[in-house]
Design a protein around this ligand. Sequence first.
Ligand SMILES: Cc1cc2nc3c(=O)[nH]c(=O)nc-3n(C[C@H](O)[C@H](O)[C@H](O)COP(=O)(O)OP(=O)(O)OC[C@H]3O[C@@H](n4cnc5c(N)ncnc54)[C@H](O)[C@@H]3O)c2cc1C
Length: 425
Amino acid sequence: MKEINAADFEQEVLMSEKAVVDFYSTECPPCEALAPKFEALAGIYGEQVKFIKIFRQQNRDLAEQLGVKSSPTLLFYHNGKQVGDRLTGGIKKSDIVANLNLLLPASEIQRFAERQKPIMTSFDVAVLGGGPAGLTAALYLCQAKINTVLIDIALPGGQVATTHQVSNYPGFIEPQLGYMLSHQMSEQTKLCGTSYKVAVDVAKVDLLQKQIVIDEFETIQAKMIVIATGASPRLIGIPGENEFKGKGISYCATCDAKYFHEKEAVIIGGGNTAIEESEFISKFASKITIIHQFDKLTANKTAQDKAFANPKITFMLESEPRAIEKAGDRMRTTVENLKTGQRTIVESDGIFIFVGMSPNTGLFGKVLTYDPWGYINTDEDMQTNIEGIYAVGDVRSKKYRQITTAVADGTIAAIAITRKIDLTS
Ligand SMILES: Cc1cc2nc3c(=O)[nH]c(=O)nc-3n(C[C@H](O)[C@H](O)[C@H](O)COP(=O)(O)OP(=O)(O)OC[C@H]3O[C@@H](n4cnc5c(N)ncnc54)[C@H](O)[C@@H]3O)c2cc1C
């Protein structure tokens, strides 16, 4: 694996037979989550493929030239030509492998796959998800001397890691950087002695057998499982969204706002996250247009007052985006005024979408019961309809989703599990 600058790009990448390039940034949780996977794969595939890292903030012109609009971005090259998918955001190991395989002859693909032997590991409790809820559950379990593993597809921290500032988590006089707050939570849980398996692919979860398969070759057997997989940004589902995700459309201000110095941004949404993150993006951007479907914002009053007083922010209320296109480097958002039906095109350098969240339950299937919005039902102890399977935090059916309620859920589940394990052992 090699770190290079723009000046060496031609020699190291374009003139190589096979190369994969990681454009990364600092203070970028998905970049940190990718780093150990990239390094591990370099150890396996490095004899055939060059693994190159480029620090995007110091090589902005090259990044722009290659259309890299989001960190991290992985690009795959074969004899100087880009091939395969452009991977961005929370990148899965299996997606990287699929694209590396495109660079290799069939005989080599099998040889590399065989280098990973299946293994089985056992724990008392597996906590799936390392946001505030999962970290708290793991901390309490670890302090109760219960053999616990924390598994996350990214680095621990959850949504807090990508939140600019948190001002309502008790115990801190000043607002805390979300990144730092989640770091402290994670270090506390890790220092206790919890086993960490983070930045892994979670390929399969069998809740009835209480088995979790990670990175395709390791099966984790647990006596109990705590589901703490949280929620992810909801997509708006308009033409262009999938195509330009990570190529002009972002869902993470902490990751991408810094690239908007003196640039124009469109923000879609009018709730707390949209308005608070607009304020943060306005520290970099020269102009922000907020598109919101209702005639009033739904964010809290303080955030609204700040946004209305911010000269860089303008509003398109009672309006909805209908399509997103790209013209050269500029993004074009078609916006419909819901009162008049009139459509206008808003040009910008990039678009941020903040229109709510949906629960991360895709791996659990029909064995669990859910509320009408897809959140997992639990009892007061956070136990689901399956004995020994708990759900905590934002993924659980409840009224208020905050860091404090997530840590409370994690606490309750861990204490309930501790009592149960004490009784059965
Ligand atoms: C922009 C923004 C600002 C916010 N600001 C505040 C605030 O100021 N104050 C406040 O109290 N709350 C705030 N919230 C809400 C708060 O962040 C959440 O309520 C809280 O993070 C929920 O914690 P959680 O642990 O349940 O889930 P999450 O934080 O969502 O963490 C879930 C974790 O599970 C992992 N995961 C997902 N799928 C899998 C899988 N299949 N296998 C393994 N791991 C998986 C994820 O990678 C993640 O690390 C904010 C949210 C956002 C988006």
